[in-house]
Design a protein around this ligand. Sequence first.
Ligand code: PGA
Length: 253
Amino acid sequence: MRKRLIAGNWKMNMLRGEAGELARGVVERTGGLAEKIDIILAPPFTALDAVGDELRGSRVMLAAQNVFWEERGAFTGEISPGMLADAGCSWVIIGHSERRHILRETDEMVRMKIGASLKAGLRVIVCVGETLGERAEGHTIKAVDAQVVKALTGIDIDDPGDLVIAYEPIWAIGTGHHATPAEAEFVQSAIREIAGNILGDLAARIRIVYGGSVNEENIRDLLAEPDIDGALVGGASLKAESMASIVETAGEQ
Ligand code: PGA
C-alpha cells in the first residue's frame, strides 16, 4: 500500500520567527502521526534552517520549493540540490505552476531539476496541472500527459517512494474552487497510466497527490479516491490548526 503524504507549501510567506512558530505548532499537533504518513513542510529558502531546527527530533520532513539543476558554479541566485541537502532538506517541490507561469519555467527545466535532485539524494514532488482554458476546451488530459511525459522521460528512479506527482489544476490553486474528488480521481488515474508507460511497474507504487484549495473540509472525500494518495496544501498549511486537521484526517484509515 502507498503511504499517504501531506505536504505544506508555504510559498513566499513566513519570516523566520513566524516560520519556526508554525513548524513547532505542526510538530506538536501531528508529530505522533509522522510514522504512519509522510508529513512535509516547505518554507521559503530563508526559513529552512529555522524550520529545520524545529523539526529536529521529529519525523516531519523539510522540503524546498525550488532548486537549480547544476551542482555549483556561476549561477547567481540559484541553489543546488546538494545545498538543499546540506540545509537539511530531504524533499524538493519542482515545477509548481506559479514557477512555470510567473517565472517561465519550462518542461525541460523541470526535467533537469528532477534528474539533478534525485541524483543528489533528494526526494521530489513534481507538479502538473491544466489551465482554466485547457480545461474549458476539454484538453485536461492532453495537457497533463505532455507535462508528465516531458518530466519523467529519461529519469532514473530506484525507489518509487522518492517521486511524487502532485496534480494541481491551476484553476483550483488559491481560488477556493477545488476539483471534485471524482474529477481529481479521473485525472490522477490517467496520470498513473501515463507514468506507467514511462516507468513500468513502478508507477503503481509512486504516490500521486492532489493540490488546489485543499482544506479541512474537503480532504476526507478527496482521500477516499483510490488514486489520491495525499495532498499538497497551500493556504491551509499556513495555520498549524488547519494543517494538523488535514494530517489527522489523512492519518485515519
Ligand atoms: P492552495 O495552493 O492550497 O492555496 O490552493 C496549493 C498549491 O499551490 O500547492
